[in-house]
Design a protein around this ligand. Structure first.
Ligand code: NAG
Ligand code: NAG
Ligand code: NAG
Length: 694
């Protein structure tokens, strides 16, 4: 770590502690997460050695919240060494630890589950969990992501993001171990480094992880350029790089690690690393062999201790657009399909094998649990560590609240919707393509939006329109026929600031809120770059916006403020070099901004998740002078389009009666690209190079 970054870290920690103590009037931040409210993940299992069939698949977790990234621990004791007993039954059929997002934060739970005994199954289609003992393994120490757990003896080993890296655009994902009896938590990853996807060796002595090393994140959103490091589980010492370019390690024995990498032929494949027994370990002394052939993508390998016969993997075959779990026979070199034979049109993620090699587990959408559809959440409470601030995830993009706080407008492509704050009376108020929404502060029931395609060039026609949501009448305010978007009204409701591609570049303009462009335009910013996503402060003095003016066209955006009269331009925050800070929105007191950013880097290997265009998107706040950068969300999903509301919304989940297919999200897009060369099942018509990691 450079002395510079140490200084930064110290400053940052200071600033962070001040911020958490700062006085906030009651307010709420509401934001969107790509796909998250449609996931409904649960952990399922199939027996190995029986023909896979829907009647042999069992849901292990309890259909509450989302449950994912499971692991079968090897002992039949509670982590505190108490023998497991349900009040009514002897030893559990199965034990599992997994990540759950119930109660508004990420935690790791332990469940001992009891199946029906086989004789009582009779006509029931699948084994059912009839009894369950459930224990949260970690408490709530602020909001952070807890992921990829393994349990070894008394120690829970997992990734957490709770210690801010202190360096913009740098991941805070690090491996920790918590001694479950004492609660003592120890960081195993050195400061200045990010580690993902840890796996503990069968003896518990060693942990392997996919690491960025000090070189940091290069901005990739599909294949992270990680290396595999091994270190002592006890304290993180004796850390050594064993594989250059690899991720998602899994141990078979103390000297054999399986992992994935995208090979030179562009297929994701499983590889094996054999570490020297005794003697110094280094990348030179490790033997790496490719295990799975080209012709399909194979990734996120799982092993069972001592089992050299097969591994489990997730695959994407050119013949299906779904991710499935398969076994790979290491002796015969053959795949054996599992989940495609059970649920062909569902994605299955991140397999794991039981210590006795009798079961494979994975997560997927639960579908109907016990014959019931899972409720759809309109608002989801995200635990907030800041007094007087509630943080909620909403089912809809670009939310905005009416001045009275009783109604919410949002976009749900295509179309703009308005709904009461309790989720009732949802109706479409504009049927076409449109994105950001904002309410007129004075004229009741009037909202503004940019109507037309998103992410379109300067010359594409996007118009600022106002919509009277009670009369369902709209009025076009721009007449220039170019790309006009992100309207934000002044607090007196008389003017609107927006961005326009009028001059050939997207810059900011101000116009009359009722009559629009016909009464003329005031140009606010000018230059051969993009100024966009503007928001007018509640006191009327400032307009905040995102701009790529430091490096036009690079995709890098900083946040600025400017007075409406064009003076006082000032940069508020930038995320590293080449980073993104987008969608600023003023706090009710006008002293801070909420925004979305890659300030916290990426928190998990993207291939272990459904597709997110920007898996680094997290919600942050910052003071207008650039101080007090505070991260509000901690997950591996894409969080964006926040709004800061001047009232405290009760931090609890709100359901709504919406009927939309669940789980229709995309798999990682680069997995749909199959190399045109090399192997069985290659797709000759696909001439373009795959995008993963390119
Ligand atoms: C919460 O808001 C109230 C009302 O503005 C204020 O009196 C109180 O000091 C705030 N509490 C904290 C801990 O910021
Ligand atoms: C161990 O954990 C279980 C489950 O939380 C609890 O019921 C039991 O009392 C604990 N035993 C001890 C000795 O702490
Ligand atoms: C511009 O506006 C700001 C506040 O909105 C004000 O403080 C400043 O004096 C104005 N400058 C000019 C030149 O009008």
């Amino acid at each position: 770590m450079k002395p510079n970054s140490i200084l930064y870290l110290l400053l940052h920690l200071l600033v962070l502690s001040f911020c958490l103590a700062a006085d906030h009037g009651p307010s709420s931040i509401v934001f969107t997460t790509n796909g998250r409210l449609d996931y409904y993940f649960d952990i399922f299992t199939l027996p190995i050695g029986h023909p896979p069939h829907p009647t042999t698949e069992t849901r292990i977790t309890d259909a509450q919240s989302v449950n994912f990234n499971g692991h079968f621990p090897s002992s039949t004791f509670f982590p505190n060494q108490t023998r497991i007993r349900s009040p009514t039954r002897p030893d559990p059929s199965l034990q599992i630890i997994y990540v759950t997002e119930r109660n508004g934060f990420s935690n790791i739970y332990y469940d001992a589950v009891y199946f029906d005994s086989p004789s009582s199954i009779r006509k029931r289609s699948a084994l059912e969990v009839v009894d369950r003992v459930q224990v949260p393994l970690l408490g709530l120490d602020g909001v952070s992501m807890k992921d990829k757990p393994s349990l070894t003896g008394e120690y829970l080993v997992y990734v957490s993001t709770h210690e801010d890296s202190g360096v913009p655009r740098t991941s805070s994902a690090a491996v920790y171990s918590t001694e479950l009896n004492s609660g003592l938590t120890r960081r195993l990853t050195p400061y200045g480094v990010a580690d993902f996807s840890p796996a503990v060796s069968p003896s518990g002595v060693w942990t392997a992880a996919a690491s960025y090393g000090p070189k940091g994140w290069d901005g990739d959103v599909e294949e992270l350029s990680t290396d595999i490091y091994v270190f002592l589980t006890r304290d993180g010492t004796r850390r050594v790089k064993v594989v250059e370019h690899g991720g998602w390690p899994s141990w078979v024995d103390e000297s054999t690690i399986y992992f994935h990498r995208r090979g030179e032929d562009q297929w994701w494949s499983i590889y094996r690393a054999i570490l020297p027994r005794g003697g110094p370990i280094s990348t030179e002394s490790v033997v790496v062999e490719r295990v799975t052939p080209p012709g399909l993508h194979a990734f996120t390998p799982a092993t069972s201790p001592g089992n050299h016969d097969f591994i489990a993997v997730a695959t994407r075959r050119p013949t299906t657009s779904f991710r499935h779990v398969e076994l790979f026979d290491l002796v015969k070199g053959e795949f054996k399909e599992l989940t495609r034979l059970v649920a062909p049109r569902t994605h299955h993620y991140n397999p794991f094998i039981s210590p006795d090699s009798s079961r494979v587990g994975y997560h997927k959408c639960r579908g109907n649990a016990n014959g019931k559809k899972s409720p759809k959440l309109f608002l989801q409470n995200i635990h907030s560590s800041i007094p007087n601030l509630s943080v909620l995830r909403i089912d809809g993009t670009f939310p905005s609240f009416s001045p009275a706080g009783d109604r919410i407008a949002f976009a749900n492509l295509p179309g703009i919707y308005v709904v009461n704050r309790d989720g009732s009376n949802r109706r479409q108020v504009y049927p076409g393509k449109a994105f950001s929404t904002t309410w007129d502060p004075v004229r009741k029931g009037v909202i503004y939006t940019g109507a037309g395609p998103e992410f379109a060039p300067e010359s594409a026609e996007v118009d600022i329109i106002s919509i009277d949501v009670d009369q369902i009448a709209f009025k076009k305010l721009t007449t220039n026929g170019k790309n006009n978007a992100f309207p934000s009204p002044s607090p007196d409701g008389k003017r609107i600031v927006f961005r326009s591609g009028l001059s050939g570049h997207k810059n900011l303009y101000i116009m009359d809120a009722e009559e629009g462009e016909t009464l003329g335009l005031q140009r606010l910013t000018e230059g051969p770059w993009t100024d966009t996503m503007c928001n007018w402060s509640p006191d009327g003095d400032w307009i905040a916006f995102a701009s790529d003016r430091e490096n036009p066209g690079s995709g890098s955006f900083e946040l600025y403020v400017i007075h409406p009269n064009g003076t006082g331009l000032r940069k508020v925050i930038q995320s590293g070099s080449g980073g993104r800070t987008n969608h600023p929105w003023f706090s009710p007191d006008g002293k801070s901004l909420v925004f979305t950013s890659d300030y916290g880097g990426i928190s998990a290997e993207p291939i272990s998740n459904p597709h997110h265009y920007q898996p680094y998107g997290e919600i942050f706040t910052v003071k207008l002078d650039g101080s007090d950068v505070t991260r509000l969300t901690q997950n591996s999903f894409e969080d964006g389009t926040p709004v800061w509301v001047p009232s405290f919304i009760r931090p609890s989940d709100v359901e709504w009666p919406i009927d939309r297919p669940s789980c229709s999200f995309d798999d990682l897009h680069c997995l749909s690209d199959f190399p045109s060369h090399g192997g069985v099942g290659a797709v000759p018509w696909l001439l373009s190079k795959p995008q993963c990691g390119a």
